[in-house]
Design a binder for this molecule. Structure first.
Ligand SMILES: [Zn+2]
Length: 310
């Protein structure tokens, strides 16, 4: 009798634990786990169908035709877009923090980001050339040094639920990992970064992973030495630009992409237009008082083309 009672107590406890677990996962992060992500391909990867599975209706004839890229009816990001950084791992003493914060503070209003104003929604609202740096937080290896997709989502979720960053539906949250950290679904072997979205406590949160190319410069950096003297950070700037412009034109993966599932930046990945030499490295644009080598983006006008300004 005593044993039966103890067993039923254990069963009751287990049942309660299951209920609590499923309730919390539905309310917070479960939706994110099943989201597709849109990857930024590596330098040598010319497979322009890499993001077809993230956009399963890419061939949909009902989509509104643009200039080599089509609108599929979903929302775009309107008004000012806020950039948030989550510095994951060990960034102490690394000039990346200054370089990439400067980048976030100066990309808005640039001729480069103005390319995104050629994208509009079904009500003819256009993406604006307005980007604000919203702030940052740090994460001291809370999920170790090999991050699964769901661990990256949990890193974002934790920054929000702890109040270290605000819930912001106009935000794009970047998880930036130090060179001793990898993403187990394929950083350096399949991609250099990715973006997706998910609902966290009722807010549609756009977020992105960008790893440090110092881990694999031949795959994820255009050059070993960057114009700001930090090959990893200089490489990350281009990947952040890639993910940011895709996030504003295809935040929920149901707005702007082409018949192969490529978003605007995918169509121009690893092309830079005309360049110049500074500090022994190639650069192609000045933002604020820093030179950067940033990939081109797809202009949705005049038939469509890759450019570094509009
Ligand atoms: Zn992309």
């Amino acid at each position: 009798m005593k044993r039966v009672l103890a067993f039923s107590v254990v069963l009751t406890f287990l049942a309660a634990a299951v209920v609590i677990n499923s309730a919390s996962s539905q309310g917070t992060t479960q939706e994110l786990v099943n989201q597709h992500k849109v990857i930024a391909r590596m330098r040598q990867d010319n497979n322009d169908r890499a993001n077809e599975n993230a956009h399963r209706d890419a061939g949909n004839a009902a989509a509104r035709r643009g200039n080599g890229i089509n609108y599929h009816g979903g929302p775009i990001m309107l008004g000012t877009t806020n950039i948030y950084y989550i510095w994951y791992g060990n960034w102490s003493g690394n000039s990346a923090v200054t370089i990439l914060t400067d980048f976030a503070n100066t990309i808005g209003g640039s001729p480069y980001f103005n390319i995104n104003t050629t994208y509009s929604d079904g009500s003819n609202n256009h993406v604006s050339n307005s980007v604000n740096y919203g702030g940052s937080t740090t994460d001291n290896y809370s999920k170790g040094t090999s991050l699964s997709d769901s661990a990256i989502q949990a890193v974002v979720s934790s920054a929000l639920t702890s109040g270290r960053l605000p819930y912001d539906s106009h935000g794009v949250y970047f998880v930036l990992t130090s060179a001793d950290v990898t993403a187990s679904s394929g950083f350096c072997t399949q991609y250099c970064g990715w973006h997706t979205h998910g609902t966290i406590f009722g807010t549609d949160i756009k977020y992105s992973f960008v790893g440090n190319p110092d881990r694999c410069p031949s795959s994820c950096a255009a050059q070993n030495v960057g114009p700001n003297g930090n090959g990893g950070a200089d490489g990350m700037a281009s990947i952040i630009a890639h993910e940011l412009e895709e996030s504003v034109t295809d935040p929920d993966l149901n707005a702007w992409y082409d018949t192969r599932g490529q978003e605007n930046a995918d169509k121009c990945a690893w092309t830079f237009g005309s360049t110049y030499t500074v500090n022994g490295a190639q650069a192609n644009m000045l933002l604020g008082n820093r030179n950067f080598l940033i990939q081109q983006n797809w202009v949705n006008a005049s038939g469509g083309y890759c450019a570094k300004s509009f």
